[in-house]
Design a protein around this ligand. Structure first.
Ligand SMILES: Nc1ncnc2c1ncn2[C@@H]1O[C@H](COP(=O)(O)OP(=O)(O)O)[C@@H](O)[C@H]1O
Ligand SMILES: [Mg+2]
Length: 363
């Protein structure tokens, strides 16, 4: 059996925010693993806890956050090649900034302007990290920055180096952010809704770019998105998150072709589909629970047309479907009635499978 190199391992992560209205239990026991060179997508509606989980991994949680428990093990190699594993939650912010952030883990946000300084030229922003983390000589850093700009598909790189962020389009800015993120050769790239603010054609190009860079450099990538469609082509594994928990996880094929959790059924049904002539998009009825008032049982029960009585009392455990596929729904208990996914979704999946099959045989 091949031994894969684990880079990130989150166990039992539990986070509460102090607010004037009371404690908000935003992360309620998250487990997540990522291996070198692989891509994991964390998918779920807005407010499900995707960003908070990743901010915890980067050591950049808001000051009103309390970590109630859990570990975030990050593995990397020192310059001399010796391996190291640290629990990010046990390190202080200063240490993380010096040794991890921007150097071994880099994050790309939805709005490139959150990562870019409007008062600094593009060139200066790209070389900054190299100089700070590696003491790279200025002219060498400048040459690297030029190469990086070309690598992310920016033409006229010399001229662009002297530009300010506002002189670039949204898509170009996101490319600059990616170049900046790559400048220090990170092992892990966390992309938080990296294309949400961009139009569809640019979105596809940015995703393609991240995918290519990942393959070339062998880095690991985590995508955060509310839109499953975005990660269909790029994710190896998908984690579906709801109300601060992972409710289903599997390979991309398992999640797209054999989803088991009614929430995942909802997310898949809500994906825009080029084949359906119906313009009205399905939306999951209701809204996510208010985590200020936690209730016992399955947090999705109130919105779940297939909810069972037990859902009101007990939180479902993760049921194993395969070695890679798990879902937290009582429907998978051996005593549960047999429930099938909605027929429209079944039909849609069959269509997707057929299309994928046609592509494969066409090779
Ligand atoms: N600094 C904060 N103070 C209070 N609540 C917060 C804070 N940051 C995030 N939250 C809450 O935590 C939950 C998860 O947020 P987030 O991880 O940003 O969701 P997502 O990225 O999945 O849209 C939400 O209910 C959000 O309101
Ligand atoms: Mg978010």
């Amino acid at each position: 059996m091949e031994k894969k190199d684990k880079i990130l391992s989150v166990r039992g992560l539990d986070i509460t925010f102090r607010t004037t209205a009371g404690p908000v239990h935003a992360i309620r026991g998250v487990d997540l693993d990522l291996y070198r060179g692989e891509t994991v997508a964390v998918v779920g509606e807005s407010g499900s806890g995707k960003s908070v989980t990743m901010r915890a991994a980067m050591g950049i949680l808001a000051s009103n956050a309390t970590v109630n428990g859990g570990t975030i093990q990050f593995s990397y190699r020192h310059a001399d090649g010796s391996p190291e594993t640290v629990d990010i939650l046990k390190k202080d912010k200063k240490w993380i900034r010096r040794h991890i952030n921007g150097k071994r883990m880099a994050m790309i946000f939805q709005d490139p302007m959150t990562s870019l300084d409007p008062t600094m030229t593009i060139g200066k922003q790209i070389v900054e990290g190299m100089i700070w983390h590696y003491k790279t000589p200025k002219n060498e850093a400048y040459q690297r920055a030029l190469e990086l700009l070309r690598e992310v598909g920016i033409t006229d790189a010399e001229k662009r180096m002297k530009n300010y962020p506002h002189q670039l389009s949204g898509g170009m800015r996101q490319r600059v952010v990616i170049a900046t993120a790559l400048a220090c050769d990170p092992d892990l790239l966390i992309c938080d809704e990296p294309t949400t603010a961009l139009d569809v054609t640019i979105q596809a190009k940015i995703l393609e770019l991240i995918r290519r860079i990942q393959k070339e450099r062998g880095i690991s990538v985590i995508y955060i998105t509310h839109d499953l469609g975005v990660v269909a082509k790029v994710a190896d594994y998908i984690e579906v998150m709801y109300a601060g928990k992972i409710v289903e996880k599997g390979t991309a094929n398992e999640i797209f072709y054999d989803p088991r959790h009614p929430y995942t059924w909802g997310l898949l049904s809500a994906m825009p589909d080029l084949d359906t002539s119906d313009e009205r998009l399905y939306t999951i009825p209701g809204s996510p629970p208010n985590l200020l008032h936690e209730k016992p049982g399955d947090a999705f029960a109130a919105r779940n047309p297939y909810a069972l009585k037990i859902d009101d009392r007990l939180t479902p455990p993760m049921f194993r479907i395969t070695d890679t596929h798990y879902a937290a729904t009582w429907l998978l208990d051996s005593r549960a009635p047999k429930v099938e996914m909605p027929v429209e979704l079944r039909a849609r999946i069959d269509r997707m499978k057929k299309e994928a099959g046609q592509v494969d045989t066409g090779k």
